[in-house]
Design a protein around this ligand. Structure first.
Ligand code: KIV
Ligand code: NA
Length: 263
């Protein structure tokens, strides 16, 4: 099976919805690969894998280690690696150096970065130098300290206009896809109708050209999840039950059994 390509994804505007999930490990990538068009090595791994409180502390080395694992575990999906906070904002040149490391050391097809008008020049700089870029606007978790929380964005007319301008700037700058996170339904629709590239929504409405979720949220690994998450399983409950069964079997000397013994 040949891997899907960035141009193939870019052509999906208004077409068959783009299916994207996050992945952080090789085995999970292997399991998700045949179902997804794109796998995102999200900096959400800060919370999901490392127990950090925000994505602000995630490092480029962390992203590269997990990015390489996801590329090794997948063979069909386009793998996108998040640029972590502090690795791209200072200048287009700095962004290129960080993104080039991601591309060389992971084998991923593209990077994703957060931001709007202020990042447009950087998106163009990378895209013109052979690094495909996915944008990310609306609720941008790396800006949590500036935004003051993770509430939905675009409720006021002025905020909606700012986010639409951000989306347009990033798409016009050459992003081949745009993640739109945590915005009111009308704005998700409006952005999708306005920008030239496919939009991938997470809490941004059915109108988007695709959808993405954090895989651990979707699997029901956490008690508390944002409103935009649908739990397609309840893995936390099932893992709890499995661990309880194992613990009881060990304590009651019912494990190992004959089947597991080297005779
Ligand atoms: O880090 C992440 O998982 C993301 C998605 C939620 C879009 O950026
Ligand atoms: Na992210």
């Amino acid at each position: 099976v040949r891997r899907l390509t960035v141009p193939a994804i870019a052509k999906r505007k208004g077409g068959e919805p783009i299916v994207m999930l996050t992945a952080y490990t090789a085995r999970m990538a292997q399991l998700l690969d045949k179902h997804c068009d794109m796998l995102l090595v999200g900096d959400s791994l800060g919370q999901v894998i490392y127990g950090l409180d925000t994505t602000v502390k995630v490092t480029l080395d962390m992203m590269i280690a997990h990015g390489a694992a996801v590329v090794r575990g997948s063979y069909r999906a386009v793998v996108v690696v998040d640029m972590p906070f502090g690795s791209y904002e200072a200048s287009p040149q700095h962004a290129f150096e960080s993104a080039a490391r991601v591309m060389k050391e992971t084998g991923a097809a593209a990077v994703k970065l957060e931001g709007g008008v202020a990042m447009a020049e950087t998106v163009t700089f990378l895209a013109r130098r052979g690094i495909p870029v996915v944008g990310h606007v609306g609720l941008t978790p790396q800006a949590v300290n500036a935004l003051g929380g993770y509430g939905a964005r675009g409720r006021s007319e002025t905020e909606a206009a700012t986010i639409l301008a951000d989306a347009t700037a990033i798409a016009d700058a050459g992003a081949f896809a745009l993640v739109v996170e945590g915005v009111v339904e009308t704005l998700g629709r409006r952005i999708t109708e306005t920008v030239r590239c496919p939009t991938i929504g997470i809490g941004a409405s059915l109108a988007c050209d695709g959808q993405v979720l954090v895989v651990d949220d979707m699997l029901g690994m956490f008690e508390r999840v944002p409103r935009f998450v649908e739990r397609f399983d309840d893995l936390a409950v099932r893992i709890d039950a499995a661990a309880a069964s194992y613990a009881a079997a060990v304590r009651e000397r019912r494990f190992p059994t004959e089947k597991q013994l080297y005779l």
